[in-house]
Design a protein around this ligand. Structure first.
Ligand SMILES: [Zn+2]
Length: 81
């Protein structure tokens, strides 16, 4: 199944990290750590309307948000395995 991507802002910073998960029947889930492993799920808040995105949407979203998005997390969106 396709991966789901959700964006979360770290508390007391402007850093935004991306969490990977899987789509589910009622939305998506997310791993307990960001892609870069620098942020835990309970270290911040989900960005409104920036959860449960597919890979293409996540790329567009990262481009729209700009430099506050963690570069390590973003680069993962462009990695093919
Ligand atoms: Zn990150």
């Amino acid at each position: 199944m396709e991966n789901a991507y959700s964006f979360k802002k770290k508390n007391n910073t402007n850093e935004i990290h991306i969490f990977e998960g899987k789509f589910t029947i009622d939305g998506c889930n997310a791993n307990s750590e960001s892609i870069c492993k620098k942020m835990k799920s309970n270290d911040g808040e989900w960005l409104n309307n920036n959860t449960c995105l597919n890979e293409q949407q996540a790329r567009e979203n990262a481009a729209k948000i700009g430099k506050n998005v963690c570069g390590i997390c973003v680069s993962h969106l462009y990695t093919t395995f």
